[in-house]
Design a binder for this molecule. Structure first.
Ligand SMILES: [Fe+2]
Length: 260
């Protein structure tokens, strides 16, 4: 059972994969953030799956390792590789996994009680959906396509936005840090798509060293400073609420102070 952590949390993806290496299909509930349940699912190659999702919220996945081939509602097959995002708008959808050559590990951003009905014969027609506000018809976001939009780093691109979440993809150069800040009202979390970074959170806590595929969760109220420590540019997906209130200065008397 996932929970909302009151302390910073670091999920090391390689340790999780190692712990599950004897299992064909596995699932791990990483955490809740009050809006989402973040879970990790591992699937073997050449394992065709057919299921329906019946959600009243937008669900989305990030391919962390390997790749997947899927079609949604019998549309054209999507080939999604590491770093790519799959968006499944609210409603009823039929999802077909086809033969895939790599084992796949994906982050699934969903909610508790989300229903996945495997191998159903009959799937109801799509109900009214609340669509993602950006590129409504895009179910597959290719990381390469996003990167190719920018000539120079650093850059930030809003990848997803709906009533529940905003997901910004952030590209930083080696040695670069964000402007340290905290959020009084929501928990923030990240998944790393490229490079390695450190998180300095609060006072006197151990520095978090995170690699590609890892998840980092910082509860609301903690000051966070994020630095790219790899020799290559880093890419991280930052998940916040759409309101996204940042506080940057401890001299702000109107704002609650950061937690230690
Ligand atoms: Fe933040």
């Amino acid at each position: 059972m996932a929970e909302i952590y009151s302390e910073p949390y670091h999920l090391k993806i390689n340790e999780l994969i190692d712990a599950n290496h004897k299992r064909d299909i596995w699932e791990f509930d990483a955490f809740e953030d009050g809006r989402n349940l973040a879970k990790i699912i591992g699937e073997p190659p050449e394992y065709p799956l057919h299921f329906s999702v019946q959600n009243d919220f937008n669900e989305w996945w990030v391919v962390l390792k390997g790749s997947i081939r899927i079609s949604i509602d019998s549309d054209k097959e999507i080939f999604a590789k590491s770093g790519d995002i799959i968006r499944i708008p609210a409603g009823n959808h039929e999802i077909q996994f086809t033969t895939n050559l790599d084992p796949c590990v994906r982050l699934v951003v969903t909610q508790q009680g989300s229903e996945q009905v495997i191998n159903t014969d009959e799937i109801e027609n799509s109900s009214q959906s609340r669509y993602f506000s950006k590129s409504t018809n895009t179910t597959h976001i290719s990381l390469d396509d996003v990167i190719n939009e920018f000539e120079n780093s650093p850059w930030t691109s809003t990848i997803l936005e709906d009533e529940r979440n905003r997901a910004n993809l952030i590209c930083h150069n080696p040695g670069m840090s964000n402007n340290p800040h905290w959020h009084p009202a929501f928990h923030e979390w990240w998944t790393i798509l490229k490079g390695s970074l450190t998180w300095e959170v609060g006072d006197n806590r151990p520095v978090i060293h995170a690699e590609k595929g890892d998840l980092i969760f910082v509860p609301k109220g903690f000051l966070h400073k994020i630095t790219t420590v790899s020799d290559e540019t880093s890419l991280r997906l930052a998940i916040t609420t759409p309101e996204d209130l940042h506080i940057y200065t401890t001299d702000d008397n109107y704002a609650p102070p950061p937690k230690s």
